[in-house]
Design a protein around this ligand. Structure first.
Ligand code: HEC
Length: 135
């Protein structure tokens, strides 16, 4: 995973030299979270678009290029709510962690959005306290 490690280095360097910022663009690679950044979006949709969409694409279908960004649409792994929460909180290999940049409410909102959009209809809404217990 060449691109994600480059991003990690870029984000560490950015912390020292640039003001806190988030960049989520069409291309999966353009994503940086400074350690002191806090997302202000509240709804799952707004959070998804500000964060996840940059890699997993606005339609949740993922991307395949320099790295592999799995689809969140039609992906049985997304049914397991705690698994999705843990990915968002702690990251997973090429995926950055959002635990420091999002509150429990925000993580719950974006996980619920992911599990109920893009054709996903998984039952069982996650709660902020469930998120808290997985930090
Ligand atoms: C910088 C790119 C990037 C961003 C932003 C990102 N992800 Fe990921 N995500 C990945 C990559 C890469 C993987 C695959 C990790 C691995 O297993 O190697 C992944 C894996 C996942 C998985 C596991 C999929 C599976 O099949 O096991 C879930 C669920 C997930 N991401 C949800 C999210 C959500 C929700 C967000 C927004 C809060 C998000 N991701 C933001 C890159 C990203």
């Amino acid at each position: 995973m060449l691109i994600p490690s480059v991003m990690l280095i870029a984000s560490l360097m950015g912390a020292a030299t640039a003001p806190a910022q988030t960049v989520a663009q069409d291309a999966p690679h353009a994503f940086t979270i400074s350690p002191d950044y806090r997302f202000t979006e509240k709804s799952g949709e707004a959070l998804y678009n500000a964060t996840c969409a940059g890699c997993h694409m606005p339609d949740g279908k993922g991307a395949q290029g320099a790295g592999h960004y799995p689809a969140l649409a039609d992906n049985p792994a997304v049914e397991a709510a705690p698994y999705v929460i843990v990915n968002v909180l702690h990251g997973r290999r090429g995926m950055p962690s959002f635990g420091d940049a999002m509150s429990d409410d925000q993580v719950a909102a974006v996980v619920n959005y992911t599990r109920t959009h893009f054709g996903n209809r998984f039952a069982g809404s996650v709660t902020p306290s469930q998120v808290k217990s997985l930090r």
